[in-house]
Design a protein around this ligand. Structure first.
Ligand code: SF4
Ligand code: SF4
Ligand code: FES
Length: 245
């Protein structure tokens, strides 16, 4: 995310009346922006251009973690910039990347033992069960719960609890034990996917079709379709192969 040298939009050139404007502070600098915008749109209105710290704009990629505080409140709050609506007198800054410890490993060589997670991330033993990570998670994940499961070596529990993690990094930013929770969870999900849960037959079949080229006629047919037809096929459950429950 960069603040372009181009000055923020001149409000005189816009049709918003002053009663529809609120004040936000981006890294300490005040901007008047229309209310009801998301943080991301408000920052763009203020003249910021996102190079980092923005991806899907739909709450899925976790790139837009934002920390904020509102006037007269001691509480630090967090949210995804693409999903959180601004408030008057909101002081905010973005955390598009948090410096994180990430173990290197070859998934194929990992053994799914109760020691695997602790061996790669011994710092999880430093968890003091303060629950700060759970409180800050914008996905409402029981982060402390999955860290405790990781300490017990229960990869499946970690994988299930962390399934909706979008890797925003906000939990690690609050952890007094300097644990990078989401990388521990990523390792657990990889172990579970590669070593514990059975292979999905439909995925195996699809990979075979890709390797042998059996899928090419279907791919060619799809490339000839227009947007409307593609959309209909995508949403028509009678036509589309969807993952079995
Ligand atoms: S577990 Fe951590 S990285 Fe994952 S969504 Fe929650 S706060 Fe973000
Ligand atoms: S913030 Fe850190 S120390 Fe606190 S419960 Fe979460 S993992 Fe444990
Ligand atoms: S831009 Fe992807 S979650 Fe906000």
């Amino acid at each position: 995310m960069t603040n372009q040298p181009a000055k923020p939009k001149d409000q005189n050139q816009n049709s918003f009346d002053s009663s529809s404007l609120v004040t936000i502070y981006v890294m300490g600098k005040a901007y008047q922006v229309p209310k009801n915008l998301t943080i991301m749109k408000a920052m763009e209105y203020a003249g910021y251009q996102f190079i980092r710290g923005c991806g899907c704009r739909g709450g899925f990629c976790g790139a837009c973690g934002t920390v904020y505080r509102t006037k007269d409140s001691y509480k630090i709050k967090v949210g995804l910039a693409c999903q959180t609506v601004i408030e008057n007198d909101m002081y905010l800054t973005q955390i598009p990347f948090f410096p994180a410890n990430k173990a290197t490993y070859d998934v194929a060589k990992l053994e799914p033992t109760t020691q695997t997670l602790v061996r790669h991330y011994p710092e999880i033993m430093r968890c003091i069960s303060c629950n700060s990570c759970t409180k800050i998670c914008p996905q409402e994940i029981d982060v402390m719960g999955y860290v405790n499961a990781a300490i017990r070596g229960d990869c499946e529990r970690v994988a299930d609890l962390s399934f909706d993690c979008i890797m925003c990094g906000l939990c690690a930013s609050r952890c007094p034990a300097e644990i990078v929770q989401y990388n521990v969870a990523l390792l657990a999900r990889r172990i579970v996917g590669a070593k514990i849960r059975p292979r999905a037959p439909h995925l195996r079949d699809r990979l075979r079709e890709l390797e042998t080229g059996e899928c090419l006629p279907a791919v060619e047919e799809l490339t000839r379709l227009g947007e409307q037809e593609l959309s209909e096929r995508y949403y028509d459950k009678k036509v589309r192969d969807i993952e079995p429950e």
